[in-house]
Write a protein that binds this ligand. Structure first.
Ligand code: XIL
Length: 334
């Protein structure tokens, strides 16, 4: 059996992969992505973000806020790219993790640099969440409601939402998403929270904050953009997962990749296989961990080389769509 079938046999809900619209014209790529023996879940890597390309003018499209210094031009917006991924998941019988509603990155300038008041930004954020969650209602297994709200030391990241609204933007976002779709699982998602430390503690504080406000939060997403040779051990990950599980929330590994300094060698590929195995094994061992998603499956389309200079080869399939040792490492944990 493959990755997804084996994960299900271990009591997990899925093993999945992120994907992106531009890759779907690659027939060999699409065939493997659609192979439900390996992948029972997909995540749009970019298609549902609030980027200008996906939602031109979107944050302005509201009738309940006063525009102050903001031009009241009515934008057009499009769900086209997100719908392509959602339709593919439905056609393949794969779960969809929807990503993401509130994030400091890939925002149009006039959101991140706009002149906002507490009241107007809350209204615009609610408007966005309500529209997007309603559009995808019934299609998503989970939403990453808020993404990357923390600094490395566990304090709140300075972004337009925190600066304007304060920490209340988090529970407001979760409550708004829950109102728009009571059935979808609502996640807080971040990176560098795969082992204990200030940032993981900060994520636990966010879960408690949302709970204290009386808003629904179902899970925490551990992005897990990890590094070969310095991936936390299985026991370190187990300790961390237990701390989240104690708060009563589900856990998912949402964007797993394990990068190396290029060129890849047999030794690095072997260590990568061990690192993948340890990470997936930590999820398997915790009953609150529902599944693992890799951030695309082939090095051909990984985001890593474009962001981390000199690094790459982070995924279980190589650039020619051949399985690497990491594939068997994952499988050995399942
Ligand atoms: C990345 C995509 O993979 C890239 O294609 C895009 O250029 C930038 O965003 N954390 C996240 C993801 O939550 O949305 C990011 O995805 C990777 C880091």
């Amino acid at each position: 059996a493959g990755l997804h079938a084996s994960a299900v046999a271990k009591g997990k809900l899925y093993f999945g992969s992120a994907t992106d619209n531009g890759e779907l014209t690659d027939a060999a790529y699409l065939a493997q992505l659609s192979n439900t023996d390996d992948f029972g879940q997909i995540t749009p890597g970019n298609a549902q973000k609030v980027s200008e390309a996906n939602f031109p003018g979107f944050w302005r499209k509201t009738d309940c806020i006063q525009w102050d210094s903001i031009e009241p031009t009515q934008g057009t917006f499009s769900y086209t790219k997100g719908d392509v991924i959602a339709d593919l998941a439905a056609k393949n019988g794969q779960k969809l993790r929807c990503h993401t509603l509130v994030w400091h990155s890939q925002l149009p300038n006039w959101v991140s640099s706009g002149t906002w008041t507490n009241e107007t930004l809350i209204a615009a954020m609610k408007n966005h969440i309500t529209n997007v969650v309603t559009h995808y209602k019934g299609k998503c297994y989970a939403w990453d409601v808020v993404n990357e709200a923390l600094n490395e030391d566990g304090t709140y990241r300075t972004n337009i939402f925190y600066q304007t609204i304060g920490e209340a933007y988090l529970p407001i976002a979760f409550a708004t998403a829950a109102a728009a779709d009571p059935d979808v699982k609502l996640y807080y998602n971040d990176y560098n929270i795969e082992s204990s430390g200030s940032k993981s503690t900060g994520a636990q504080q966010i879960i408690k904050l949302v709970q204290q406000y009386g808003a629904k939060i179902d899970g925490v997403g551990l992005q897990a953009h990890l590094i070969v040779g310095s991936t936390p051990s299985q026991s370190a990950q187990a300790t961390n997962l237990a701390a989240f599980a104690a708060l009563g929330v589900d856990i998912a590994y949402t964007e797993l990749d394990i990068r190396m300094t290029l060129p890849s060698t047999a030794a690095l590929l072997a260590q990568q296989s061990t690192d993948y195995k340890n990470t997936v094994a930590a999820c398997v061992a915790n009953t609150k961990c529902v599944g693992v998603t890799i951030w695309d499956y082939t090095d051909k389309y990984s985001w890593v080389p474009s962001v981390f200079s000199g690094q790459g080869a982070a995924l279980p399939w190589d650039e020619n769509l051949a399985k690497k040792p990491a594939y068997d490492g994952i499988l050995s944990a399942l």
